[in-house]
Design a protein around this ligand. Structure first.
Ligand SMILES: [Zn+2]
Length: 288
């Protein structure tokens, strides 16, 4: 990559915006970036991606060898969705070594607790990432499927209630009647189990919007869905809580807009202060 900036000051600013490295790729010889530096570099990378002015090309043998022999020092940890249209490294114009990325359908921790939380702890402890970003995206299929599931169950519950009321001679509704609770249906596949866990997100999105079409609720649920993942990390990781409490590490949410290519940063979880008082050290599925 050739820098075309003019003058020392411009050159300095230009260097600030790309992923900074001493060997041309980020390795352990580089200093960790602070959370605010990491955000700046990620935002600059995303701007290059949106503008079609990407700098991250292939790695030559020297840079590959540098990565292999000098270890990794990524600028941030990102939990994203597995959707093939949301490749985290590309939308931040990053190269191998720049970002520590975890992805699954729906960017969730719910049913991948151990691997997700443990991997984030690894990156924070051993690679010294100071910025943990949970990245949702517009048009998320997992969130849409969970929203459909929520709407079906909601309609089913309403129909059952109407049917019972119409056959009931009394005007009083049976006190034992309980609509099915979201997420309570016995899962018939692992996929359904994953979607079940996202149903409360769709429900909350519906409540916050005061109703709406499936598309409207799913669009809002994409934003609502970054918080449970962040809150889960805070609730069950002492390592993350301690580093967030000391101000060394930041946990933020963001949404990738697939049409524009832009990443919108949403800041910290509204529940962060409250969750820093949690006392759990291990995710529920690994607790004895
Ligand atoms: Zn998705």
């Amino acid at each position: 990559m050739v820098c075309t900036c003019q003058g020392e000051q411009a050159h300095h600013q230009h260097q600030q915006l790309v992923y900074p490295s001493k060997l041309g790729v980020r390795t352990k010889v580089d200093e960790p970036l602070s959370a605010s530096q990491a955000i700046e570099v990620l935002q600059a990378g995303n701007r290059r991606f949106v503008q079609g002015d990407v700098k991250a090309g292939g790695l030559g043998p020297d840079k590959r060898r540098a990565l292999a022999s000098h270890g990794q020092r990524p600028v941030a940890t990102v939990i994203g969705c597995a959707d093939s249209r949301c490749p985290v490294e590309q939308l931040f114009d990053a190269r191998p070594g720049d970002i520590f990325v975890l992805r699954n359908a729906g960017n969730t921790c719910t049913h991948a607790e151990g691997s997700m939380v443990g991997s984030v702890e690894y990156s924070v402890l051993n690679l010294e990432t100071k910025m943990i970003l949970v990245l949702g995206h517009t048009g998320c299929g997992a969130v849409m499927a969970a929203t459909k599931l929520f709407m079906e169950r909601h309609i089913e519950a309403t129909c059952q209630k109407d049917a019972q009321e119409s056959t009931d001679q009394s005007t009083e509704v049976s006190k034992s009647e309980q609509p099915p609770q979201p997420g309570s249906c016995k899962s018939r596949s692992t996929l359904l189990g994953l979607l079940d866990a996202l149903v409360p997100v769709a429900e909350l999105a519906c409540v916050e919007l005061g109703g709406g079409s499936i598309e409207e609720i799913a669009a809002h649920a994409v934003k609502v869905n970054v918080w449970p993942t962040i809150n889960f990390l805070l609730s069950y990781s002492l390592i993350i809580r301690e580093k967030v409490a000391s101000g060394e590490v930041e946990l933020q949410g963001a949404i990738y807009d697939m049409s524009s290519g832009a990443v919108e940063f949403l800041g910290q979880s509204p529940k962060q202060a409250q969750l820093l008082n949690s006392d759990a050290h291990v995710v529920p599925s690994m607790q004895a």
